[in-house]
Design a protein around this ligand. Sequence first.
Ligand code: AMP
Ligand code: MG
Length: 558
Amino acid sequence: MSDFPGAATPQSFSTLRFNNRYARLPEHFFSRMAPQSRLATRLADVSPDCARLLGLTELLEDGSDSPAREQLRQVMAGEQVLPGMDALAQKYTGHQFGQYNPQLGDGRGLLLGEMIVTRPGTDVPQEATFDLHLKGAGRTPYSRFGDGQAVVRSSVREYLASEYMAALGIPTSRALALAVNGERVQREVIEPGATLMRVAESHLRFGHFEWLAHSGRYDDLKVLIDHALREHFPECLAQARADTPSSDDMPLEDAVRIAATLGMFKTVIARTARLIAAWQSYGFVHAVMNTDNMSLLGMTFDYGPYAFLDGYEANLIPNHTDQAGRYGFAQQPGIGLWNLERLGVAFSPLIDVEALSEALGQYEGELQREYARLMRLRLGLPDTDDEDMTLVQQWRDLLTEGRVDHTHAYRLLSHWDVAQPAPAALVTLLAGTQGLHVDADEARATSWLTRYQARIAAADLSDDDERQRRLGMLGCNPLYVPRTHLLLEVIAQVEQGNDGSLSAFRKRLSMPFFRPEEGSVEAALTLGTAQGVDAELADDWTRPPALDAAPICMSCSS
Ligand code: AMP
Ligand code: MG
């Protein structure tokens, strides 16, 4: 989602323009259908950042019952579709927990339409197209035994996590708004229903290609590949056109497709590797990395029982149905590669297997490079040093063994002026004395901090550069995280009809690097220098789980 940054030209929700490219694919690629209407729907929250991305600033005007908001509410309630929308459920398949499942597809979400967004360009306005996908829109031919509903619990979780990921700069689908309805939905208990307006430049998943390859529809596979190249990877197509000579062996169109698909595969590999590097760096566990939840554009997609690490658990498995731990935190880099191999298999009717394997060879290096880059940023390491990754590894060991709160540790480190001795609060936190599981090891913490201090001192920064270094750290080490236990508190409020805490948490998660009171990382640094980090960590929205709280394991049912 990163090649279209910044605010779009304002447009009215009632007169959106659509270019429904997916709906022009062969009819058997999807099922056209209208959303089901939902009882008593209220608009619980709108994401201002996502609204600005789409130019829908009228949704942000004061008054929760503005005409634009009312119209959005109606669309999310299934009461109306806008002119130009062409709602459909997409067919795809995929590998779930390692097994191929041919019976997938949008079982409760509909692609309502692909909306056109313009942004003022330097010369001419630029155009982009975003899918509006309504999750919880009703049963479809791909619902199997499902009811086509989404519940408040999982919708709040997806809503907040996607807007937070975007704020961190990690590629993700977005969420424009969350609506809560009066449906009573049977899960492990009866839960209130909701719909989520998901926004993404594409909803193409690895599983779209697996469907066509596994069912032997190679002509359709070419059609879908051509669509993906034209609409989402035009640079790969242009490169292939420039590089491919005509020959007598094969029509030029086929030769270009082969070269372009390989180029696209390499791009997907690189983006997926960088995405998973970011997850590993920021302690995100997706928890259901099935190939139908893998985005062709390399964004975080389909949030389920995910978790952000609180205390540093090297292999957190937040999903209680994943008993084998296939999708635990530490497994993600390997699973990313396995999933890319499945995508490679789907391209193999067209492309030489050796070329596909060779392309996969770049994955590991790309992931490691990106991970190192991000960890250097998070630790504020100027330049590069051969020993940096050892320092990073020791830091992570310290956090893991001391069960140290991940977020607070980075935040305290970011506030430390290394010309001074390490603040007592930082030593105490890293020593693990606040955890219940281990004995404090202050010597180990001090020893790491001394090495860190020496590493920064060796860079010989001016006072101003040192200040910039810390500002850089504060600007990439969030104060706020969608902690599982805080999400549960917000969900309980929303289920009771109170949306205030949802908006309050969303506001913090979409500017996660400083408190709203400070309003900037500069002000956060000033506050930290004057009053220590306790001031910002006193904010209740940054509260870690209680030390004696049992880990929360979530159900996959959403
Ligand atoms: P997920 O685990 O959310 O990625 O979903 C996996 C598959 O199950 C997809 O095909 C979904 O559309 C479908 N699905 C999940 N929940 C439901 C539901 N409540 N009703 C219908 N289909 C569902
Ligand atoms: Mg899914």
